[in-house]
Ligand binder design. Structure first.
Ligand SMILES: C[S@@+](CC[C@H](N)C(=O)[O-])C[C@H]1O[C@@H](n2cnc3c(N)ncnc32)[C@H](O)[C@@H]1O
Length: 177
């Protein structure tokens, strides 16, 4: 997926490969994505959004309320250590989505967006925030797409219906792209 995005990037005349993740946690997926980016270009940046705090009940649908308080063990400094090999390529955007999107507006162009927030409402918020910055051929990866309780599938359907977005939706096991 990162190589696909390099061709999108050169088609757009962009010099920097820009990746955004909503829901970074301790950086497991970020580490693989950053490795893949670094193998292909020396010019990349990774915008990392996470609260690094427990999930708030106010962000959750009734079906998701069991997730309230999850991830309160997270520590941004530990994530920084886990991803330290990538140095300044990572912009840490600590705070809850959607408020953090006001504080950290993010990059003007996004070639790859991975959303793994375990909740439908912030998923829709971050999608709406970045959608117009994704060029044709860019990739949006929705984690948890098929997990009933998070209703990410419904969030996508509502978002695409409201905005009239078009594009290919591929379902991978447990994810959509
Ligand atoms: C499933 S984990 C992400 C896993 C990560 N993508 C990985 O591959 O290792 C979900 C993350 O979403 C974050 N999160 C949940 N709701 C959030 C919100 N409203 N704003 C910011 N972060 C949130 C949690 O703190 C947690 O780190």
């Amino acid at each position: 997926m990162v190589s696909v995005n390099l061709s999108v990037m050169s088609r757009q005349g962009d010099e920097c490969l820009t990746l955004v993740e909503g829901g970074v946690c301790d950086g497991w997926l970020a580490w693989f994505a950053l490795r893949a980016a670094r193998e292909r270009t020396s010019n990349f940046e990774y915008w990392a959004y996470d609260s690094w705090e427990g999930m708030r009940a106010k962000d959750l649908l009734p079906s998701e309320l069991g997730y309230a308080g999850n991830y309160e063990y997270l520590d941004l400094e530990q994530t920084r250590r886990n991803l330290s090999e990538f140095g300044n390529a990572i912009r840490y955007c600590k705070g809850y989505v959607p408020e953090s999107l006001n504080e950290y507006d993010g990059p003007p162009r996004v070639h790859w967006l991975h959303i793994d927030l375990n909740a439908a409402k912030p998923t829709e918020d971050i999608l709406a925030h970045f959608w117009d910055r994704i060029p044709r051929g860019g990739v949006v990866l929705l984690d948890d797409y098929t997990i009933q309780v998070t209703r990410i599938r419904s969030a996508w359907q509502i978002f695409s219906w409201r905005t009239g977005v078009s594009g290919l939706l591929h379902c991978l096991p447990d994810k959509a792209l």
